[in-house]
Design a protein. Structure first.
Length: 256
């Protein structure tokens, strides 16, 4: 399993146009629902965690949120205990939550979940036709336990929250998980990096020669603050949030 930036895969239409980009992928191998033995294994997954939790962490949380409401109550308790054990680095004797986690994939069937970008908008593609909900959740949790140690605490927190999610796992889920910002590839890369977020809010190019100097920050803040005001054409319903974002962005950059 790869946990760095990973290699995104672009699926193309016959004319060569990019249809969508796969930014994270999770393969879970599991026994058939009617099989007498219950087993789980991981396949060849791409789970980038740059700017933790990254695309990989978001996909794992999305998988758990997608199936959580359909997992039996007693098994949900087992999932929470498993998350706590993995997060604490404790040994996890098998089986757990009535399933044995193994490396051997022989005799198991595969489910593949993806986080994709379509025209810069993120969305999930869940494959849960063949596996039980608890199997999908277990696969995501064990995948989180295989990620770099420094990324695990935040990703496990996201998974804990995902267990409580109510509703569809869609753009709203991504937006709320990402702190209220637009669910896009740009937001994904800057999530949990307040300086990057602040530069984007103020429209400042971090690579420019003058960078985020105090003078540039103040000038951009005043210009955008004026534009955001309803008296100057700003959208009334969005003005308060826009002004709050601009003010916070200025504070972050002037303090950095």
């Amino acid at each position: 399993m790869r946990a760095g930036l990973g290699k995104v895969r672009r699926q193309r239409a016959p004319n060569g146009t990019v249809v969508h980009v796969i930014v994270a992928e999770l393969e879970i191998y599991h026994s058939r629902p009617i099989a007498p033995t219950r087993r789980i294994a991981l396949g060849n997954c791409v789970l980038p965690v740059d700017s933790v939790p990254g695309a990989g962490g978001m996909l794992l949380a999305g998988v758990v949120a997608h199936v959580a409401s359909d997992v039996e109550a007693d098994l949900r308790e087992g999932l929470v205990r498993l998350i706590d054990d993995l997060d604490a680095g404790r040994r996890c004797p098998q089986p757990r939550v009535k399933h044995r986690f193994q490396t051997d994939q022989v005799g198991l069937i595969r489910s593949t979940h993806r986080l994709v970008s379509n025209d810069d908008d993120l969305s999930f593609e869940f494959d849960d036709e063949l596996g039980r909900p608890v199997q999908q959740a277990l696969g995501a949790i064990y995948a989180a336990g295989a990620l770099p140690n420094e990324a695990q605490p935040e990703i496990f927190d996201a998974i804990r929250n995902a267990l409580l999610w109510v509703g569809d796992v869609d753009a709203r889920f991504i937006t709320e998980v990402m702190g209220g910002r637009k669910a896009s590839m740009a937001d994904l890369m800057s999530w949990n990096d307040p300086v990057v977020w602040a530069l984007e809010v103020l429209g400042i190019d971090a690579g420019a020669s003058d960078g985020a100097s105090k003078r540039v920050v103040q000038r951009r803040f005043r210009t955008l603050l004026r534009d955001a005001h309803p008296d100057h054409g700003g959208i009334t319903d969005e003005a308060a949030q826009r002004i709050a974002d601009l003010t916070e962005a200025r504070r972050i950059l002037l303090a950095s």
